[in-house]
Design a protein. Structure first.
Length: 142
């Protein structure tokens, strides 16, 4: 599924009444709920693996681009003050670097080489878990 394509159900959004828009938004949320329900086992496995990695002293490494990368950066930034977790245990890598956290860089997400360079610079190790791990790849396939 591409995140860069438009949902065909949202064409004409500008011509819908507020009631029609809210109905559409709610209907689309049910699509998300059904997808989550069908992947409960895989999501629970991912959570378990992340917890084990964290307990082993590893880092939880978020990798994303665009909005998902910026949300990951916000989440990682909140871990120390909200949960008292030491800095560096939750890390976000945003395609395009820290500049892309504030301003979109549409071409950065297509640079497959840069993520390898960045992960190597971070000295990732078997204790760490990331959205680039085999488990994450399996989750994306559902």
């Amino acid at each position: 599924m591409s995140t860069e394509t438009r949902n065909p159900r949202s064409f004409g959004l500008d011509k819908m009444s507020p009631q029609e828009m809210v109905r559409l938004f709610n209907e689309e949320e049910f699509v998300v709920i059904r997808a989550l329900q069908s992947a409960e086992k895989q999501i629970a496995q991912a959570a378990e693996h992340a917890a084990q990695a964290f307990q082993r002293g590893g880092r939880i490494i978020y990798i994303g681009s665009g909005t998902s990368g910026r949300v990951a950066a916000m989440d990682a930034a909140e871990m120390p003050p909200t949960f008292g977790i030491e800095d560096g245990r939750y890390v976000a890598i945003v395609a395009g670097g820290t500049k892309a956290e504030k301003k979109a860089n549409e071409h950065a997400e297509d640079d497959e080489h840069q993520i390898v360079v960045t992960l190597n610079e971070m000295s990732i190790n078997p204790k760490d878990i990331s959205s680039a791990s085999p488990l994450a790849a399996a989750l994306r396939s559902w």
